[in-house]
Write a protein that binds this ligand. Structure first.
Ligand code: F6P
Length: 555
């Protein structure tokens, strides 16, 4: 087992030799680097910095890093930073099943869930591959039975609707992937209930029929208050619709969890439980049994392709030299902007309606992982860590907040994602061409900008001129996917997972715990009890007391 010491020969990223070098390079080159000039000076810049990932099925994804504020010397020092921070050692420890999540004493081993080449993958001396395979086999059988209509509800009718009840990683992954891969869907409808706001469950139950609905209770711990409350209300609704016979539950409820005891206590037959292990973090659990809603929706073979696409990125990440290693480069760029340019945010804008929940998914991945301020050496960082990740599907965003990206005072490094082949080439591909033209134009506009002379030559005069100037030189990474297939979506997610890993390794933080979500949960429990009585509360600060008492009066 690895202790944190192994990776903490340095305490702070700022102590790494390459950090000082990068600071120097930022001052002497980075902050004055003009992308337009770099392109003019080097006709091979695109060929040099655009990297193509080849998926296991031969399909390709291009990551064009050339519109980033880098040159060869900067890139070399960023790669040196990865070496100084021993990123590959931590990567190898992670892939070796060591307990790199040291604050919870756990391995970080979601890659074992997509190990479709079935090599031995060991945690604490045990090869976990056969166990993973067994659960996948169960998912395959079950999803095929439900999809084919062989699995019957309590009145003998086939299942038409699946309701996944979960939150955080037990919701965002399945929601995002089923939306992204809607093109591959069969006849089953899927619904997701995550919010404890009763509206979410109530509105979902309005559109389903108890006789033909399957509820998936998705919770790693099976103790998350929101999920268990929603699941209990769903169970009560089901029993109220079906005459109260508990034995009907077995045909309509399944659990996706690591906690067999709590699953049984809830009343779900453990035969209908799809398990996974504690080495799967919630935000990495889409590859596990938590993905059952995906397998039901798009079919098991497509789910398997999704896993294999991610596995291909794992292979790339572990086997490719640092200079060519795509997720590593993505992570290094993020550190470059975050720590040397003081960028606070990271925009991910997919030019793809199917990917409309992708930024929300990445928010948990990135911000729950790297929203930390203590190093693996147990001291506070003296530098900025996790970026604020945000995004919306472009081109919609282009007509709303892109104003700030183009002309605001902040530097917002942006990733744009486009699939070259549309699943819906309507209007003789007119829509796709318009979409793509915006994808190319946005990155170009952010880089080239528009100077005063140009604005004047277009007829603007006086005080209007500065309003129409675009500074340009704003960095983007364009990610051009051949097509959004299960395999390529798996690859894209794994890319961002390893970007997040790389950032965390350099910042020397533990990207795999989430203690920051605990305090609010504890306080909510206390306040929940106070809301049970009508008496005024006085034990909090004046604002919290005032709000609670006003709520009680209005409720
Ligand atoms: O509170 C945060 C969190 O623990 C996330 O990390 C996790 O994805 C989510 O809650 C849901 O947890 P569970 O799957 O155990 O219900």
């Amino acid at each position: 087992m690895a202790s944190q010491k192994t990776f903490s020969e340095f305490q702070l990223a700022t102590e790494l030799p390459a950090w000082a070098k990068l600071q120097e390079l930022y001052e002497s080159q980075g902050k004055t680097l003009v992308l337009k000039k770099e392109f003019a000076a080097d006709p091979k810049r695109f060929e040099k910095y655009a990297k193509t990932f080849v998926n296991y099925d031969g399909s390709k994804i291009m990551f064009d890093f050339s519109k980033n504020l880098i040159n060869d010397e900067i890139l070399k020092s960023l790669v040196q930073l990865a070496k100084d921070a021993k990123v590959t050692e931590l990567r190898d420890a992670m892939f070796g099943g060591e307990h790199i999540n040291f604050t919870e004493d756990r391995a970080v081993y979601h890659m074992a869930l997509r190990n479709r080449s079935n090599k031995a993958m060991t945690v604490d001396g045990v090869n976990v591959a056969p166990g993973v395979d067994k659960v996948l086999q169960h998912m395959k059988e079950f999803s095929e039975q439900v999809r084919s209509g062989e699995w019957k509800g309590y009145t003998g009718k086939a299942i038409t609707d699946v309701v996944n009840i979960g939150i955080g990683g037990s919701d965002l992954g399945p929601v995002m992937v089923t939306e992204a891969l809607k093109h591959y869907a069969g006849a089953l409808k899927v619904h997701f209930v995550s919010n404890i706001d009763g509206t979410h469950l109530a509105e979902t139950l309005k559109v389903v029929n108890a006789e033909t609905t399957l509820f998936l209770i998705a919770s790693k711990t099976f103790t998350t208050a929101e999920t268990i409350t929603n699941a209990t209300s769903a169970k009560n609704w089901f029993l109220s619709k079906t005459g109260g016979d508990q034995s009907n539950i077995a045909k309509h409820f399944a659990a996706l969890s690591t906690n067999e005891t709590e699953v049984a206590k809830f009343g779900i037959d453990v035969k209908n439980m799809f398990g996974f292990e504690s080495w799967v973090g919630g935000r990495y659990s889409v590859w596990s049994a938590i993905g059952l809603a995906i397998a039901l929706y798009i079919g098991y073979d497509n789910f398997e392709a999704f896993l294999k696409g991610a596995e291909a990125v794992d292979k790339h990440f572990t086997e490719t030299p640092l200079e060519e290693n795509i997720p590593l480069l993505g992570g290094l760029l993020s550190v470059w902007y975050n720590n040397f340019f003081d960028a606070q945010t990271h925009l991910v804008a997919p030019f793809d309606q199917y990917l409309h929940r992708f930024p929300a998914y990445l928010q948990q991945l990135s911000m729950e992982s790297n929203g930390k301020s203590v190093t693996r050496g147990n001291v506070f960082t003296n530098y900025s860590t996790g970026s604020i990740l945000f995004g919306e599907p472009a081109t919609n965003a282009q007509h709303s907040f892109f104003q700030l990206v183009h002309q605001g005072t902040k530097l917002i490094p942006s990733d744009f994602i486009l699939a070259a082949q549309s699943h819906n080439p309507i209007g003789d591909n007119l829509h796709q061409k318009m979409l793509a033209s915006n994808f190319f134009a946005q990155a170009e506009a952010l880089m080239v900008g528009k100077d005063e002379d140009q604005v004047k030559s277009e007829g603007a005069t006086g005080g209007l001129v500065p309003h129409k100037v675009f500074s340009g030189n704003r960095p983007t990474t364009s990610i051009l996917v051949q097509k959004i297939t299960p395999a390529n979506l798996g690859a894209l997610i794994a890319y961002y997972e390893h970007v997040t890993f790389t950032e965390g390794a350099i910042w020397n933080i533990n990207s795999f715990d989430q203690w920051g979500v605990e305090l609010g949960k504890v306080l909510a429990k206390v306040i929940g009890k106070e809301l049970e009585t009508s008496a005024d509360v006085s034990g909090h600060d004046a604002s919290t007391n005032g709000l609670i008492n006003q709520f009680k009066e209005w409720m």
